[in-house]
Design a protein around this ligand. Structure first.
Ligand code: NAP
Length: 518
């Protein structure tokens, strides 16, 4: 039997009482470890996090907590090799794709360590200026942001076991709020190991960081009024969380990052072979294949002027054809596996669902697998679909509404700029859209048109070709989240992320008392 990974709750390591759920290598099919959360005293563990962890964190200043994050960064950096080995085995990712998760997570944590330093020795934040409440400026109102007295529960998705933890934990811990993370079962090993390493290094106070692996039963029930929950995953589970009494009756604050049918838009007037056209082709192929398309921010719809449909289909397909797929341990492989058989089946079903309304321009099923047994490995080549003409792109509702969480995108022709914007809007709100062109005015105007529908607009022109951070890469300096079907959440965005973990209160007092808060 494989090792049963322990949970960390109530300041100690504790095994579940059940046999556990097995985690697998998605390429070799072998069992790696087991996780189980049955029999845990969640209420007592959550109380310890709130009382011991919360009190110890709040006793520190922002600068002290920033130093604590910097110490955690050092611990994680010293164990990177272990994390890469776990990612290869449990997520089936090639080294570059493991880096997006592992180094992306560590970078985000270190960014918050630096941002936190700038907040100094304070223990609460001021929000805006004082406002006069009476004729004379003697009695005023000033808003403050104070760390919430509860805990932050993170319910995370399978695709980012490292980054998904640290992009949330960094602002929470910096704010002085203890964290309980529940990673998605399929890839829980990496999250569990990172929490283990940081806890055992003793760089955080007891109760500041806990991990519960395995089932989610009882987690929401154990939440109390000042707690927070930050969820990343499917829209269906998001609906369960939003309708839980913890949220509807106890006002637990919720942030949701759900699925998203992100788009890339090549503006009119950019000919095949031009720099903007080439930027689009390169970015689409990269987004489709990085982490086998298992990124919430990946490009799913590619919009091009009607006349460029054939040229774009040809150029993107030519790039995809070069993608070698299979066992990530083989150096010649560029794209590894999906995380599980369940995901492989879901991608195949989603693809068939889209193919009813689209033609197949590049067929991923035809990619040979390198060093991997097709009967066992959860590997699949990248597939580019296409709506045949602009009328077809209007008719195909599935192309705009279905997120296939794998290496799949659809090329969609548009008639004119207004038509392109209408098509993008049919995604009903997304995490990110990217724009490609060389006319700064047109790019800026289109970015503002798209801003209400997206958490982030990534604008690519030839002058930033060598500098830009990537359509799907979530940078801690920028907002992550999106309106509508993307969940309506907001994460990151530099120090803005701290707002979620603080409560805002107005202090109405004499100017003399308010001056003491400054
Ligand atoms: P999922 O089934 O909703 O699972 C997400 C998390 O919720 C897992 O930890 C899961 O635990 C847990 N969970 C399941 N049922 C629950 C319940 N009743 N109560 C509380 N927690 C529960 O999502 P998924 O299919 O694994 O994840 C893929 C989806 O996540 C995709 O649609 C993708 O778009 C989205 N995603 C979004 C972002 C973003 O930032 N917007 C990032 C990554 C992924 P178990 O694993 O134990 O079931």
């Amino acid at each position: 039997m494989t090792e049963l990974l322990k949970n960390h709750l109530g300041g100690r390591w504790v095994a579940g009482t059940g046999a556990g759920t097995a985690l697998f290598d998605p390429v070799l099919g072998t069992e790696l470890a087991r996780v189980d959360a049955s029999g845990l005293d969640l209420r007592a563990g959550f109380a310890f996090a709130r009382e011991a962890g919360g009190a110890a964190l709040r006793a520190m200043s922002y600068r002290e907590r920033a130093a604590m994050l910097a110490a955690a960064v050092k611990v994680l950096q010293s164990k990177r090799d272990d994390y890469y080995a776990i990612a290869t085995a449990n997520s089936g990712t090639v080294k570059n794709d493991s880096a997006v998760d592992i180094d992306g997570g560590i970078y985000t944590l270190s960014t918050y360590a630096k941002l936190g330093e700038s907040l100094g020795e304070r223990r609460f934040l001021l929000d805006g200026e004082a406002a006069r409440l009476a004729k004379e400026p003697l009695f005023q109102s000033r808003h403050v942001l104070v760390p919430t007295r509860g805990l932050a529960l993170f319910i995370n998705a399978f695709n980012f076991p490292s980054w998904g933890l640290w992009e949330k934990a960094a602002p929470a811990l910096l704010s002085g709020v203890p964290v309980v993370v529940k990673p998605a079962t399929a890839t829980a090993w990496l999250t569990q190991r990172m929490v283990h390493d940081v806890v055992e290094a003793g760089v955080l106070p007891a109760g500041a960081l806990s991990v519960v692996c395995g089932g989610s039963a009882g987690l929401m029930d154990a939440l109390e009024p000042f707690d927070l929950v930050s969820f990343t995953g499917s829209a269906d589970t998001a609906a369960v969380i939003r309708s839980h009494p913890a949220v509807t009756q106890r006002s637990v604050r919720v942030n949701v990052e759900a699925d998203s049918v992100n788009s890339a838009l090549l503006l009119e007037g950019n000919a095949p072979g031009g720099e903007a056209f080439d930027l689009l082709v390169k970015e689409v192929a990269r987004e489709m294949t990085q982490k086998s398309g298992q990124k919430c921010t990946a490009i799913r719809r590619v919009l091009v002027p009607e006349a460029l449909y054939g040229a774009a289909a040809e150029a993107i397909s030519a790039r995809l054809a070069k993608t070698t797929v299979g066992n990530p341990r083989n150096e010649s492989v560029r794209m590894g596996a999906l995380v599980s058989r369940a995901q492989l089946n879901a991608v195949r079903e989603g693809l068939a669902h889209l193919q009813a309304q689209a033609e197949t321009l590049h067929d991923g099923a035809k990619h040979p697998l390198i060093d991997a047994d097709a009967a066992v490995a959860c590997c699949v080549g990248p597939t580019l679909l296409g709506a045949r003409d602009a009328a077809g792109s209007d008719a195909g509702d599935r192309l705009h509404e279905t997120e296939v969480f794998g290496p799949v995108a659809t090329l969609i022709p548009y008639r004119d700029a207004a038509h392109a914007l209408r098509l993008v809007a049919r995604g009903q709100g997304s995490l990110v859209a990217s724009l490609y062109g060389d006319d700064a005015r047109a790019l800026a105007d289109t970015a503002i048109e798209l801003a209400p529908l997206h958490g982030r607009v990534h604008v690519l022109s030839p002058d930033v070709a060598a500098l830009h951070t990537g359509h799907g890469n979530v940078m801690p300096q920028s907002l992550h989240g999106g309106p509508g079907r993307a969940g309506g959440g907001e994460e990151l965005g530099g120090l803005r992320a701290l707002n979620f973990y603080h409560r805002r209160a107005a202090i109405q007092a004499s100017t003399a008392a308010l001056d003491l808060l400054a």
